[in-house]
Design a protein around this ligand. Sequence first.
Ligand code: PEP
Length: 263
Amino acid sequence: MAGRVRQPLLAANWKMNPLAAADAVELARGVSRAASEHASLVEVALFPPFPWLLPVWDALKGTGVELGAQDCFWERAGAFTGEVSPAMLAGWCAWVIVGHSERRTLFGETDEQVALKAAAAMEAGLSVIVCVGESEAQFAAGHTEHVVSGQLDVALRRLAASGADRLVVAYEPVWAIGTGRNAEPALAHSTMRLVRQRLERAFGPRAASVRVLYGGSVNAANVTAYAQLESCDGSLVGGASLKAEEFSRMIAAVAAASGSPAT
Ligand code: PEP
């Protein structure tokens, strides 16, 4: 059986949860058992809120599970009240997410700001998940390809191909996030193929190192359908990543799918 070219990644975006540090630590410990068991087949990264990064970092020591932040600013240091720089994160985190649709829609982040964040995070040595995806109205109007290519191209203009192995693109249709309406795998597949074409256009052969994820209402019941797609190198998971038992089953499912031929 042919193995996959890129190791699958399951990224857990906890958003503004859980409320207590002790619960964050318990969730991290709960997930790390399954993650350690399947570490040779699936990379797992947890993205807690900023205040829980340190306790979760401590809980994950020696487990092989990686840690990331949900956002960062593009400047290194200075008078930017409330912001956190990639250089500060680099001491604790391997990863950062930029351009999540909740940042774009609730906080007005632009494609250019997302690109600046991605470039600064790369510069600081972090691995970066750049999120792209169309809104419900854009989807209904048939503008998915135009929107996703536009968001991605702006980010790629600021990124060097030499960082390709630290870059992940998460395709997350906004209408599928937190709604229980996951995009049909065939539909997600066609957009993830488009993402890979844009990556190849920007990075040439080095694009082969970039992983492309699907995100949007992925859970234990549907994760295998995405993991089996040739275009899909894993998932960015919100709600289902807050349940240690369910997320553990997702890790096992992606591990199982990683050994089967891609479709
Ligand atoms: C997300 O927040 O990136 C996400 C995909 O959320 P959910 O899995 O809850 O749809």
